[in-house]
Design a protein around this ligand. Structure first.
Ligand code: ZN
Length: 249
């Protein structure tokens, strides 16, 4: 879905309507993808990019909003397919999670035990429960990805007219939104969602710290945002400043 010249959202809606739409921005020099879908979606991403007139091989960087599996699922596959040609970037606080250098921020012991059971079914190998960090690194060996560039809050990247990383903790500790200066648009990740064309706050079920998530939205008032690009729910525009201000209370 083309949003503006050089800016698209990839439609990766899953069966049962689970909607994901990573943002793709590109110009003569760079092709930047924001977030990387679920595990096993490399070909879906490849095709979705082609539909927008961009070859997967042109990809120069993947900017990650946060560690959740629907955002980093196919990151390592992209990284393996393109090698050094693509740089992976994320906020400094989120980097160790994406690399599985520490325990996932939101995965419950029950969920990890479930993963360990699945792993035993697939491999016959029994894992000690509760699952340790070493166990997590085994369970997610196909997912963990090296982050090449750790971003600071407010850091501006010289891509596609300027992209500012905004640390917006709450949904996860190192969640990061990205402000696209050329477009006056915000790549929201899961800091906000689109619901029937309107802006909604982060989903409380999946948000680690709601008070912190709301406080992070207040930070966005410093940016001249006309459109919010929601990973779940697509683009939302019209009276954005007021909408974000009311969600931050
Ligand atoms: Zn998500």
């Amino acid at each position: 879905m083309k949003i503006a010249e050089g800016l698209s959202m990839l439609d990766m809606t899953m069966p049962l309507g689970y909607g994901m739409c990573p943002v793709l921005v590109h110009d003569d020099k760079d092709v930047i993808l924001f977030d990387a879908g679920l595990p096993g979606q490399l070909d879906v991403i490849r095709h979705a990019m082609k539909k927008e007139g961009v070859e997967f091989e042109q990809l120069s960087a993947v900017l990650i909003t946060h560690q959740d599996m629907d955002h980093i699922g196919s990151l390592s596959a992209i990284s393996k397919a393109l090698g050094d040609r693509v740089r992976v970037m994320a906020h400094r606080v989120e980097k160790p999670y994406i690399q599985f250098d520490c325990m996932p921020a939101k995965m419950s012991p029950q969920r990890l035990a479930e993963k360990a059971r699945e792993y035993k079914e697939q491999t016959g190998v029994e894992m000690a429960v509760p699952v340790t960090l070493a166990g997590v690194r085994t369970l997610f060996a196909d997912i963990m990805t090296k982050v090449d560039t750790a971003l600071e809050d407010g850091q501006e990247l010289p891509f596609c007219g300027g992209i500012v990383a905004i640390h917006t903790p709450g949904h996860t500790p190192g969640h990061c939104c990205y402000y696209l200066k050329r477009y006056k648009m915000l790549v929201a990740g899961d800091a906000m969602n689109g619901e029937n064309g309107r802006l909604a706050g982060p989903n409380p079920t999946y948000t680690k710290d709601m008070a912190q998530a709301r406080a992070s939205l207040a930070k966005l008032a410093a940016y001249d945002i006309e459109t919010v690009l929601c990973y779940h729910g697509g683009p939302v525009s019209g009276n954005i400043k007021d909408a974000i201000a009311s969600l931050s209370k």
